[in-house]
Design a protein around this ligand. Sequence first.
Ligand SMILES: [Cu+2]
Ligand SMILES: [Zn+2]
Length: 183
Amino acid sequence: MKMMRSFFVTVFFLACYMSLVLSFERALVKKAIVVFNVGSNLIHGSLELTQRSPKSFVSISGVIYGLNPNMKQGFHVHESGDVRDGCNSTLSHFNPHQQNHGSPSSYHRHVGDLGNIQVDCNGTAVVNIWYTMISLSGEHSIIGRAFVIHEKEDDLGKGGNEGSLKTGNAGSRVACGIVGISS
Ligand SMILES: [Cu+2]
Ligand SMILES: [Zn+2]
């Protein structure tokens, strides 16, 4: 009789545990989308973001048109997805750990520092890359924040001046898009 009881108690707790795990799994975002529909009318395109699990890298792929031919242009995740004043109201680079600006491979960097995108001679950037630090869930989640493309090249914090350690001297914000959950 006692054994029966402990068996049912064990089954009950296992079931509770499993449903908890399953609901956690359902809450995870695995696919997101960024449409560059704010800023310059000439720039358009979108990026697909995928992440297998909260600890794995985020892969980003897509094409952006209407950029500056043969240039590198700064590319960041900014803190907010508020575009009421265009890309200017998306606040600064997403920086939950109060670090200086850097490159995607620096130890000291903003979580939102994604470096530059390379633009070809037609003004098109083909993006096919993966990044660590950013995530689609948890503390480093970028859902609801914004991807911003800048006018100029990001110096990755190596410019030797104050601006370099804040923004990478990438100049004005030419286009941006909010990170949304994929349909
Ligand atoms: Cu930026
Ligand atoms: Zn930064």
